[in-house]
Design a protein around this ligand. Structure first.
Ligand SMILES: [Zn+2]
Length: 219
């Protein structure tokens, strides 16, 4: 890689890393990688990647993390502030990677009871799931809550309650929210049949990694 030059138009610096098979100097690598990470973060707020797209995102983030880590460990070539930048980028990419790597979600509309402990009294809401994963769920609710808040969930037909932690909150309308829950004390709350592999469809076509990912801005 030492012999190639940066693939950014007009840049003649030596390539020190590559992104999506494109050799880049450290500045352009950082610039493009930071934009990608931000795009993925925004996209994850809207939708959870599935199937082939999910694998492409994981592959991309994993390559980005290893390239960034390589660059950041070349301490003598980097200024302390550059090293900090690369470390932050690698941490951000790793956070996204872990988030995408979690168990895949399956669309599922199921009635669910939410129990919350408020300072006044316990409140209960009958609502529905939007999708579920082995140890998580997206649930519609009329009351907002904070990330980290603990909520009990219960199937209306079953007395068993399970403790969950709010991982994210999204406002979807006036007094309408979608919350992402991580189930804390139950390995298989939804039942094995709901998440069986039969429900996972085979990808229809094979596309290259770059076709499946959003284009970075300013490239
Ligand atoms: Zn460059």
């Amino acid at each position: 890689m030492n012999e190639s030059t940066c693939g950014w138009a007009g840049c003649s610096k030596g390539a020190e890393a590559e992104l999506d098979a494109r050799p880049l100097c450290r500045s352009h690598f950082f610039e493009i990688a930071a934009k990608w990470v931000e795009k993925h973060r925004e996209s994850l707020q809207r939708t959870e990647p599935t199937g082939e797209h999910r694998l492409a995102v994981l592959k991309f983030l994993s390559a980005l993390i290893s390239q960034t880590t390589n660059l950041a460990t070349r301490a003598k070539f980097l200024s302390p502030s550059q090293r900090d930048q690369f470390n932050e980028l690698s941490t951000a990419a790793l956070g996204l990677y872990k988030r995408v790597q979690r168990d895949p979600r399956v669309p599922l509309n199921m009635p669910i009871l939410l129990h919350r402990d408020t300072s006044l009294e316990e409140s209960q809401e009958l609502t529905y799931t939007v999708d579920v994963s082995k140890k998580g769920a997206s649930i519609a609710t009329i009351r907002s809550c904070g990330v980290g808040e603990k909520i009990w969930i219960q199937k209306p037909t079953n007395p068993l309650r399970s403790l969950a932690r709010v991982a994210w909150v999204k406002k979807t309308g006036p007094a309408q929210f979608l919350i992402g829950l991580d189930i804390l004390d139950h390995e298989n709350f939804w039942g094995a049949n709901i998440l069986s592999p039969v429900r996972i469809r085979k990808p229809r076509s094979r596309r290259s990694l770059s076709q499946m990912l959003p284009k970075p801005v300013g490239d």
